[in-house]
Design a protein around this ligand. Structure first.
Ligand SMILES: C[S@@+](CC[C@H](N)C(=O)[O-])C[C@H]1O[C@@H](n2cnc3c(N)ncnc32)[C@H](O)[C@@H]1O
Length: 315
């Protein structure tokens, strides 16, 4: 089963975890398993648990990684078809409740999700407005576009897509859907184009890029689940264990930065001679500034342009 996806910041993400033999690792966003394959090549023993909420990614992994999925006493790979926000409960279910040695996230969508027209993620293909990463979820882009009130729609476009014309686009959507529901990606693209002034359409990227990104983030609750999962991941890490997170949008990076800061800095009341354990930091930042793609990677992989990697270690 084909799964064509070029992994971003491959070596930087995995090498910074310092994988060790016998360790227990989590890939929160398995996708095509590019990072997973590299991590497993760095250790002679140990287990990797791969999460993905997308049924297609899991099915492809079951076929493409069949040799690593053997059900023996020390499996190299285990797959979990679930949202990474349920990290802790899945680890317990699998019998791993005494901590992990490393975890990494490669956020956002995979190339197949974009390229399979019927998933409705792309403004380049005509499809039903879907954008669900988890096909069993009921909320989709169709529902958001056709039921949210104008103000909430505008807020989503502005907050998650930085769309300058969010209010104009939301107004146009509400006007059009009074006539008939907006069913497809191309219908939405036409509405966005109509709502944006002509001079603005001629500059920057595709006029629907920001709105599509915003709807995708909203449909998949991307920012909320990231926040929940990072908290659980930090808790699950064993001392010395590391966490790597690749983000592709500034809102995601802000969440990672804020949570890493929360756990790596403590405010000790002035005059306190000994710092009690519950006031000691839990994390140490491995890099203060995010790691970005090298010139070679930037030339080879367009997706790497917006990638930022932050790494931290549990103390
Ligand atoms: C960028 S791709 C990962 C690519 C992978 N690192 C590789 O090298 O092939 C992101 C994957 O994470 C999955 N994903 C995104 N958010 C998720 C979440 N909250 N829970 C579980 N999987 C998620 C997507 O379905 C997608 O398959």
């Amino acid at each position: 089963m084909e799964f064509k996806h070029t992994s971003v910041l491959l070596h930087e993400t995995i090498d910074n975890l310092k994988p060790k033999d016998g360790g227990l690792y989590v890939d929160a966003t398995f996708g095509g398993g590019g990072h997973a394959k590299y991590l497993l090549s760095k250790i002679n023993s140990g287990t990797l648990i791969g999460f993905d909420q997308d049924e297609y990614a899991i099915k492809a992994a079951e076929l493409n990684f069949a040799d690593l999925l053997r059900d023996d006493s020390s499996p190299r790979l285990k797959l979990v078809h679930d949202n990474f926000s349920h990290l802790e409960s899945n680890l317990v279910k699998l019998g791993y409740s005494d901590g992990i040695d490393g975890i990494y996230y490669d956020l956002g969508v995979s190339s197949p999700q974009f390229d399979q027209a019927d998933r409705g993620f792309s403004y380049r293909y005509d499809a039903r407005l879907d954008m669900r990463m988890d096909q069993s979820q009921s909320l989709d882009a169709y529902e958001l576009v056709n039921t949210l009130d104008q103000k909430d729609l505008a807020n989503i476009l502005y907050k998650f897509g930085d769309e300058k014309y969010s209010r104009q686009i939301a107004r146009k959507i509400v006007e059009k859907r009074k006539v008939k529901p907006i069913e497809t990606t191309f219908e939405l693209v036409d509405i966005i184009k109509e709502a944006i002034p002509a001079f603005a359409r001629r500059t920057g990227g595709h006029p629907a890029k920001k709105s599509f990104q915003a709807l995708r983030v909203a449909v998949n609750h991307e920012l909320e689940v990231l926040q929940e999962s990072l908290e659980e991941a930090i808790k699950a890490l064993r001392p010395g264990g590391r966490i790597s997170v690749i983000t592709f949008q500034s809102d995601e990076d802000k969440i990672v930065k804020k949570i890493f800061k929360k756990y790596s800095e403590v405010e000790v009341p002035r005059g306190m001679p000994i710092i009690p354990d519950d006031l000691k930091p839990t994390l140490r930042l491995v890099n203060r500034k995010p790691i970005t793609a090298s010139t070679t990677e930037l030339e080879d992989n367009n997706r790497s342009h917006s990638a930022k990697l932050r790494v931290a270690e549990k103390i």
